[in-house]
Design a protein around this ligand. Structure first.
Ligand SMILES: Cc1ncc(COP(=O)(O)O)c(C=O)c1O
Length: 399
């Protein structure tokens, strides 16, 4: 009686569902290692917390303007200039409750029924559902292992139709951890240039989590002539371990930012005032801890990768960004568990790992590309390695 037709088109976030199931089993007293979460295990740095505490004691507890305080938008403009060599004016920036809301606003404010959104798979779980809520049509493009699971100009060209409105690029990628080079983005820009009705959301939320000396590149920087067709999305959640503070931002053409702001004015209003102050401290404060954290992330990645890539039946390429590994489990299909069940999907693999050795991973089906599963190495090192050993041991028992 209460459920709209709109809701029948969408499902709850599968990554949150995995965490919830793991938490439930843990609460029942089972020894569960969750490698499902998509958030840093580090705490928010003290100088950021302190800025929020001061803001609270100074009574900064009222509404702000919908699109975000001038101080925060100014800090964002400076960040884009300093780190990405991108020029934006204050009125080209919107601050929302996480990058998630920025992207949601963009789709809801811009899509007409049947407008198509090209989403390369594997993708972050929320894009297709957000498009569906906005009555658009997700067009999923399966990327290939031989292309490191990245979108190529050929795959993009094949997906474009007269109804294509948006392409979503996400680099470094959740779940694959792969990052586009400048050259790869230039090749995609060539295709985009020829299709004036195609716009791009560049989801750069893992920008600072890029390793092995690779240089981050984003489309607006690589193809400045396309800048007024690009919404560049970023936020403080992953870089500064601030997932719960809910601050994300978007930078793009004024017409788009204006309509997203109008939408937000009638839904949530401004992002949390205290969190906006904290985000200013994050963007303008010391950045050196990011290097230290990156060192920890890469050590964990290398150790986890070694265990998984030495596990017969798994193929795990080496990602250069974000904090995920995305091994292929295609060789496990058709195998039998010790209890006699046949593994026929990556969901079966995830279920088997949780039930047999208490390790929670997210099946590739959630990210639109099977059979794979995602593990997050934004997890305490000891637990991560124990989790990977358990995965390896459980897989060795399949016949
Ligand atoms: C690719 C990607 N984009 C956006 C988000 C949302 O980030 P936020 O916490 O800023 O809403 C996530 C979070 O998992 C993500 O992985």
């Amino acid at each position: 009686m209460f459920v709209s037709q709109r809701m029948s088109r969408i499902k709850p976030s599968p990554t949150l569902a995995v965490s919830a199931r793991a938490a439930e089993l843990k609460a029942q007293g089972q020894d569960i290692i969750s490698l499902g979460a998509g958030e840093p295990d580090f705490d928010t740095p003290d100088h950021i917390k302190l800025a929020a505490t001061i803001a609270l004691s100074e009574g900064k507890t009222k509404y702000t303007v919908v699109e975000g305080t001038v101080a925060l938008r100014q800090a964002i403009v400076e960040k884009f200039k300093k780190e990405d060599d991108l020029d934006y004016d204050l009125n080209q920036i919107i601050v929302s409750a996480g990058a998630k809301q920025v992207i949601f606003n963009a789709f809801l404010a811009s899509l007409n029924p049947e407008d198509e959104v090209i989403i390369p798979a594997p993708y972050w779980v929320s894009y297709p559902d957000m498009v569906e809520i906005a009555e658009g049509v997700p067009v999923i493009v399966r990327c290939l292992p031989e292309g490191e699971l990245k979108l190529t100009p050929d795959l993009l060209s094949e997906a474009i139709t007269p109804k294509s409105k948006w392409l979503v690029l996400n680099s470094p990628n959740n779940p694959s951890g792969m990052a586009y080079s400048r050259k790869e983005l230039e090749a995609l820009a060539e295709v985009i240039r020829g299709v004036p009705h195609l716009n791009v959301i560049s989801d750069d939320i893992y920008e600072r989590l890029i390793f092995d000396g690779l240089k981050f590149a984003t489309l607006a920087q690589v193809a400045p002539d396309l800048k007024d067709r690009i919404l560049t999305v970023n936020g403080v959640s992953k870089t500064y371990a601030m997932t719960g503070w809910r601050i994300g931002y978007g930078a793009g053409p004024v017409e788009l930012i204006d309509v997203m702001t109008t939408l937000q004015s009638q839904s949530t209003s401004n992002a949390c005032t205290i969190s906006q102050v904290a985000a200013v401290a994050a963007l303008k404060g010391p950045q050196d801890f990011i290097k230290e954290w990156s060192k920890v992330y890469t050590e964990r990645r290398d150790a986890a990768h070694e265990i998984l890539s030495q596990t017969p039946g798994l193929h795990c390429f080496m990602p250069h960004g974000a904090f995920y590994l995305y091994p292929s489990c295609v060789e496990l299909m058709g195998k039998k568990t010790p209890a006699g069940a046949i593994i026929s999907s990556d969901t079966d693999v995830a279920t088997y790992l949780l039930d047999s050795v208490g390790v929670a991973v997210v099946p590739g089906i959630s990210f639109g590309l099977s059979p794979y599963f995602r593990i997050s190495y934004a997890t305490d090192t000891k637990l991560l390695l124990e989790g990977c050993h358990r995965i390896s041991q459980a897989i060795s028992l399949l016949r």
